[in-house]
Design a protein around this ligand. Structure first.
Ligand code: HEC
Length: 103
């Protein structure tokens, strides 16, 4: 049992190390580049960053759904905000930044 625990701990440490080596995507920069045009102005009915009322019904969905809608598109919202060159991780970081004031 001890051996298994040690192996698990070692595995977790390796994963954490790998994650910290890879640079975290800069959610704010990606938001400014890829999401702000609609989510600051409310263009086409986009929920505005920081508008708790607009986000409340959307936040009733779980985060996985919101991440998926950001990546795959949703209604008038284009996949990845139209920036299909972004990685899924970058889109998620932008969404985290966008939702920070209303969570
Ligand atoms: C071209 C305009 C546009 C851009 C750019 C855009 N969005 Fe949107 N977004 C929308 C619109 C419009 C809606 C509302 C869609 C609806 O409810 O039909 C929306 C809705 C959303 C929602 C709510 C989805 C839900 O399930 O209720 C999320 C999350 C979201 N956008 C994330 C993002 C992220 C992250 C980015 C940047 C990577 C981004 N959007 C860029 C227009 C845009």
């Amino acid at each position: 049992m001890k051996k298994i625990t040690a192996a698990l701990l070692a595995g977790t440490a390796t994963l954490a190390f790998a994650a910290s080596v890879q640079a975290e995507p800069d959610g704010e920069a990606i938001y400014n580049q890829a999401c702000m045009a609609c989510h600051m102005t409310g263009a086409a009915g986009a929920p505005i960053k920081g508008d708790a009322d607009a986000w409340a019904p959307r936040l009733e969905q779980d985060m996985d759904t919101l991440y998926a809608h950001s990546i795959e598109g949703f209604g008038a919202m284009p996949p990845k905000g139209g920036h299909v060159n972004l990685s899924d991780e970058e889109v998620k970081a932008a969404l985290d930044f966008m939702l920070e004031p209303v969570l």
